[in-house]
Design a binder for this molecule. Structure first.
Ligand SMILES: [Zn+2]
Length: 81
């Protein structure tokens, strides 16, 4: 009987999609954290006395999901636009 999907089935499908999305996102975030950590270390060494950071507009890359300054473009080579 193929009627409307039952509610438990919908829950399972949603859980699978959420899990896949979560792990994909987690992998990208982990990579981004490593990159930003290296950047923070170099920035911290330079601006040890002055904690002044230029505030830039951050946009999310549509292809890789990473956040990057709107002016410079994403490191994956795709511009946000
Ligand atoms: Zn990108």
């Amino acid at each position: 009987m193929f009627g409307l999907p039952t509610f438990p089935k919908l829950l399972i499908i949603a859980a699978i999609i959420a899990a896949v999305w979560y792990f994909m996102r987690r992998g990208k975030v982990a990579r981004g954290e490593q990159d930003s950590r290296v950047g923070d270390r170099t920035n911290g060494a330079k601006a040890n006395g002055k904690a002044q950071k230029p505030i830039e507009d951050m946009v999310q890359c549509k292809s890789c999901g990473a956040y990057f300054p709107a002016k410079s473009g994403c490191s994956c080579g795709q511009s946000g636009n």
